[in-house]
Ligand binder design. Sequence first.
Ligand SMILES: *Cc1c(COP(=O)(O)O)cnc(C)c1O
Length: 368
Amino acid sequence: MLVQSVPMLDLGHQHRLVADEVAEGFARVLASNSYVLGREVEQFEREYGDYLGLAHVVGVGNGTDALELALAAAGVGPGDEVVIPANTFVATAEAVVRVGATLRLVDVTDDHLIDPAEVALALSSRTRAVIPVHLYGRIADVAAIRRLVGPDVLIVEDAAQSQGARTAGRAAGALGDVAATSFYPGKNLGAYGDAGAVTTNDAGIADRVRALRNHGGTARYEHRIVGSNSRLDSLQAVVLSAKLRHLDAWNAERRVLAARYRQGLARPGITVPTAPEYEAHVYHQFVVELDDRNRVFAELVAAGIGVGIHYPTPVHLLPAFASAGLGGVGDFPRAERQAGRILSLPIYPGLTERAQDRVIASLLEAIG
Ligand SMILES: *Cc1c(COP(=O)(O)O)cnc(C)c1O
């Protein structure tokens, strides 16, 4: 029997909707001889700032750099402790280590997000920042963390998976003191290569990120501080400006797909994500929990269904952090338990109902 496969991610649909505008923009950039930063980047920074309701967006090379530069620009460094959730993409942890600060992990809620109650227990006199990660596109409880930590501890959002999410009219990436986002191609707002941004209302932080991303200054051969090279290029900015105009519609499409998954997968043995307020989740991933995840994963792959695990190993159990003393097996029980149970299903603009029904049917069959 010939079964058609369903990929985990297909960016073709998005590209078709912006192809003409991107081609036009690329032609303009190529003719301009200005390929790095420049007018297109400034324009995208303005547009994304307006979209978020923020004064400053600084385009950088990728989301990992965005996190590192946000922390560095806010003055986080050696001697400072930074609290992050145990289940996140490794970049959140890398950025903290790279600025020389000390990682403090905390466990997550049943919704896979940083648990404010655990943050309360992890605070010390050296806590300088907390990084709530809006994992899978769902907004973490930044307000609760703010109430806990007061005004003196920085809240640095990791908004890499949450472009377009909102709560009480405010955008993910505009809820803390400063945020980092990634425009890696598969993110909800994705470029055609690596790209990222730091977003903030703090003019001082924005100014320092502008210098840090460009060898310590904003003009050529001006090196006020020791920076590095993490600039956004003009071609990526063209793509991002074009795609930004579709972002709300694409996120709405993801929500419709999420609602269909919830309905189709309402069965004992499958834990679907709880539904938060409408705008607070943009379903970068739709993550279910299963008892027999590894077997189901293998069966879905064999059936041609693209699935993922975000992420298979909590930060404290990654070899890269073995010497960091973050904890061992059993120290972050919810994150560890979830890591063995989570399964990410295909969800993206352009995923057809037919293809989604095939995912649902295959999953139900694998569950038995
Ligand atoms: C993608 C991602 C990053 C890193 O972004 P890159 O652009 O790949 O460097 C950081 N944090 C989270 C949660 C991410 O999903």
